[in-house]
Design a protein around this ligand. Structure first.
Ligand code: GLU
Length: 469
């Protein structure tokens, strides 16, 4: 029986879950789904100084949010690298015993001194033939063979490395703990990994790791190194400079489906007219071989417009459900008890087509759930600056006091005032909008007026007219 392909995602839990990591995870997940394979999750938690259980949980939550579901039959793990130290050390001892690795007692100062003297950078293989055994402070180094190493990469093609440019790299530190290159390979071997799909920054590690695979008597996996994500200045996305945390986008109200779809269009595209496609189509069509070699621009504006499209494609009921976390509890900007689900349901279709992020929803409807809106001072000053602003608002107020209170009638009423003053509706309603909502932009105005009711509307207009700038 053919072996099930085994992909893996091996994040280090050292911070928020990076969008680049999310893309790599999706690639591996999709490939496992396509091939009836396995997605192994391995948490590479061996760097004690930087790891934190909180980050591990963050990775698990973010993966679940993206639909990489730990209860799915394609999912295996999570495994924890820190639990496998004995296997890493055992493999290192095997490499030493078979002559593929050697101990070295040079300190980094010694190495620097030798390198300065010879004019050649890096470690020069000084201890290769000194036949040292293990001992305190001695590192174990891999004996890089002569010749060259070719990495067959599914994204980058065949990449050849001259072994002369690869120094004898460290497998075990002076205190006996395993280094990343070794731990990563031994875990891949132990976990039966057949395909390594990861970020391009690991490409220089691939020849070294391939040598370890072979020296341990195993056929190396199939490699794929996917191009990095960059910001608008074409600089690699960085935690310090850019907004990279998946958690942050989730908390702003980017939908998981939009995020998944957007991430999959970075350096790759589904067939057809539009990039906005169901995940099933992506799973059917995605090919590593067609991933672009050049860095991909992570464009937040485009991500938000994907999100807007996904929000619009929802039924009103789905949209209302999706908004709930932002409308209830401590995220909501109004006083507890002020929220009215019926009023929101009326407003939802008007908001749904005007919002890019779910976090913007409360701000658009908050004026409905308070006595008087919080007035944006700049918007107020601007709207009430023209000489016609107050007199026309007084006229509107007087008409509103008596007219039939339907959205249609209110609009006709305002238009009639506009005609008397030769003002277009868009212009004329600016002071009214600020009086009612506190802001200069928002959803259509006349439906909410009806929801508020005559008394509340007149009260707000009076309050605005009584305010001096
Ligand atoms: N733990 C490594 C990282 O987070 C991944 C190594 C790999 O995918 O091989 O960068």
């Amino acid at each position: 029986m053919a072996q099930r392909p085994r992909y893996r995602f091996a994040p280090s839990p050292t911070g928020y879950f990076h969008v680049g990591g999310a893309r790599t995870a999706l690639y591996n997940w999709i490939l496992a789904l396509q091939t009836g394979g396995v997605f192994v999750l391995r948490i590479e938690d061996t760097d004690d100084s930087r790891n934190n259980p909180q980050w591990t949980q963050g990775i698990l939550d973010a993966l679940a949010w993206l639909g990489i579901d730990a209860s799915d039959s394609h999912f295996e793990g999570p495994y924890f690298q820190s639990a496998n130290t004995a296997l890493h050390v055992e493999a290192a001892e095997k490499l030493f015993a078979q002559g593929a690795a050697y101990y070295c007692d040079l300190t980094s100062e010694d190495i620097q001194k030798r390198s300065k003297e010879s004019g050649r950078p890096g470690y020069d293989g000084y201890s290769r033939d000194r036949k040292l055994g293990p001992g305190a402070g001695r590192v174990l180094r891999f004996k890089v063979p002569p010749g060259s190493t070719t990495v067959q990469d599914e994204v980058r093609g065949s990449v050849e490395f001259d072994n002369a440019t690869i120094e004898d790299f460290v497998l075990l530190r002076g205190n006996g703990t395993p280094m990343f290159l070794l731990a990563n390979v031994v875990d891949d071997i132990t976990q039966g990994v057949t395909h390594v799909v990861r970020a391009e920054e690991h490409l220089p590690n691939a020849p070294k790791q391939q040598m370890i695979w072979r020296a341990l008597g195993h056929q190396p996996p199939s490699w794929a190194h996917v191009p990095v994500l960059v910001n608008e200045q074409r600089k690699k996305l960085s935690k310090r400079r850019d907004k990279v945390a998946v958690e942050q986008y989730r908390d702003e109200g980017i939908l998981a489906a939009a995020m998944k779809n957007y991430l999959m269009t970075l350096g790759w595209a589904p067939t057809g007219e539009t990039e906005i496609v169901p995940f099933e189509k992506i799973v059917r069509e995605f090919k590593l071989g067609s991933v672009n070699h050049s860095p991909a621009f992570f464009d937040i504006v485009k991500l938000q417009s994907f999100n807007a499209e996904y929000l619009r494609a929802m039924s009103v009921g789905e949209f209302i459900d999706a908004c709930q976390p932002w409308l209830r509890g401590d995220k909501a900007p109004w006083q507890a008890g002020a929220y009215d689900a019926k009023v929101f349901a009326e407003m939802a279709p008007l908001v749904q087509t005007r919002v890019q992020l779910l976090q913007d929803v409360p701000g658009m409807v908050g004026f409905l759930f308070c006595e008087l809106p919080t007035i944006d001072q700049a918007a107020f000053a601007k709207a009430f600056a023209p000489g016609w602003a107050r007199p026309t608002l007084v006229e509107i107020r007087d008409e509103f006091a008596n007219c039939v209170f339907t959205a249609e009638k209110l609009k006709l009423t305002v238009e009639a005032v506009g005609e008397r003053h030769s003002l277009k509706l868009g212009k004329l309603q600016a002071p009214l909008r600020v009086a009612i909502t506190g802001r200069s932009v928002g959803p259509p105005l006349f439906e909410p007026l009806v929801l508020l009711g005559r008394a509340a509307v007149l009260k707000r207009i009076d309050s605005a007219l009584a305010t001096r700038t």
